[in-house]
Design a protein around this ligand. Structure first.
Ligand SMILES: Nc1ncnc2c1ncn2[C@@H]1O[C@H](COP(=O)(O)OP(=O)(O)OP(=O)(O)O)[C@@H](O)[C@H]1O
Length: 412
């Protein structure tokens, strides 16, 4: 007879065998219990997996429905915010030209709306539906971005004092911010490098980016206002955003005098554009945390024409002079650029360094390169003193037209 558990009950068994029978029966029931538990566990697992799938399909369904709705909506117009007014009202410049006062959706975060922001507008009401992401392609923005450039301090001739100052003002706050915290001082916000063209200002900025493993982001002041007319302020904003995204990073604003010259009263539209760009730069610097991991460097050949607002504390408050190299530095620069060259015995870089008064690092580097070219033209892999003499004449031109005579004296 069956008892519903799947186990047969044996009747008419002798009493002596009864306990054995009961033990067997208990064992059978225990085994069955284990099997049922295992089945229960499997079914529970299956249930969970089905529930997960259900959630997944529901999510997919929501996504597809939203995508369908999005595709069904009419296209939006692109505009630029010109001014932000009260009560969610904005002045917008549409891409076709005219300006409009429009409403903005209450779901848009007011922080995302500022003059210059690109927005999508409803075709009929021109209400702002969404804020478009900023264009962050550095190429589009005309920025040079190098992740940890491969220039180190060893590539810089002379400039020991400048390197030390850069280490203290730019490198230390990036590598050991806690030092400033402990002492209770703010690191300088911005560092301005000034000096004649080709003296190594960009090299210094690249070298500090290298030593801190930071991204190097370079933007050229004159391009900001000439190449991207009307976009200067937006570019400055996006430069700082990009720097935050790529942090640790070094922002290097070359030719800052193009946007940071003293503000004059003459107001042409070009001046206004430059002023807007400068105002944006000042605003970015003011809102910038000097203890963060973005450092700002700028360079100019004309510190005398800079707007004093730029040099106020909390802006470019550390100024480093990068002078023309002296004879010793010139020799070092020549050695750096000629270190992979096969030099003939008659080449004396120290003497070349001494005779190239008033010559920048860039010109010295060009002299070395030209000397190499003269050797190549002469079908040689050894660079001679004569190659250097010709290279100096070529690079330094008229200024040193009597170099050959001097050379005869110096190398005699
Ligand atoms: N001190 C230096 N040591 C080694 N090379 C140098 C030095 N100064 C300049 N050079 C050489 O000159 C080139 C140009 O230098 P760099 O771009 O740093 O000058 P800069 O001061 O930024 O010039 P600019 O004001 O024109 O932007 C460098 O790539 C390097 O080859």
């Amino acid at each position: 007879m069956a008892d519903g558990s799947g186990v047969d009950i044996q009747e008419d068994v002798p009493v002596s065998d009864f306990s054995k029978y009961l033990l067997d029966r208990v064992r059978q029931l225990e085994e069955r219990n284990v099997r049922l538990k295992e089945e229960y566990r499997k079914i529970e697992l299956e249930k969970k997996s089905v529930e997960n799938k259900k959630v997944q399909y529901e999510r997919e369904n929501r996504k597809l429905t939203a995508e369908l709705d999005r595709l069904k909506t009419p296209p939006l117009l692109v505009g630029t915010v010109v001014d932000v007014m009260a009560n969610n009202k904005l002045v917008i410049k549409s891409s076709s030209g005219p300006k409009f006062v429009v409403n903005s959706s209450q779901f848009i975060n007011s922080k995302d709306i500022f003059p210059g922001a690109k927005v999508a507008l409803n075709q009929q009401s021109l209400a702002v539906i969404e804020v478009l992401p900023p264009v962050k392609d550095p190429m589009v923005l005309g920025m040079e971005v190098i992740e940890a450039p491969n220039i180190d301090y060893q590539n810089i001739g002379g400039l020991e004092d400048q390197i030390n100052e850069i280490k203290e003002t730019v490198e230390l706050p990036l590598l050991k911010p806690e030092l400033f915290e402990k002492v209770g001082i703010q690191p300088p916000k911005g560092v301005l490098l000034y000096g004649p063209p080709g003296t190594g200002k960009t090299l210094l900025a690249k070298a500090v980016a290298h030593s801190t493993k930071a991204s190097f982001i370079r933007i050229i002041g004159s391009e900001l206002v000439q190449k991207y007319i009307g976009e200067g302020a937006r570019m400055v904003r996006e430069l700082f955003e990009l720097a935050k995204e790529k942090s640790p990073s070094i922002i290097f604003i070359d030719e800052i005098d193009s946007i940071g010259a003293k503000r004059l009263d003459s107001i042409t539209s070009g001046d206004r554009e430059v002023q807007r760009t400068l105002v944006q730069l000042l605003a970015e610097m003011d809102g910038f945390d000097p203890r963060g991991n973005v450092r700002i460097l700028a360079a100019t050949n004309r510190p005398d024409i800079l707007d004093p607002a730029l040099l106020r504390p909390g802006r470019f408050d550390r100024i480093i002079k990068v002078p023309m190299p002296n004879a010793e530095a010139r020799t070092e620069i020549l050695k750096i650029h000629a270190r992979r060259m096969n030099l003939a015995d008659d080449v004396n870089l120290k003497k070349i360094g001494q005779m190239t008064d008033d010559t920048s690092g860039a010109d010295l580097s060009a002299i070395v390169m030209e000397a190499g070219m003269f050797a190549i033209r002469g079908n040689r892999d050894i660079v001679t003193n004569d190659d250097f003499t010709q290279a100096m004449q070529k690079v330094l031109g008229e200024r040193n037209k009597n170099l050959t005579e001097m050379n005869m004296t110096v190398f005699a």
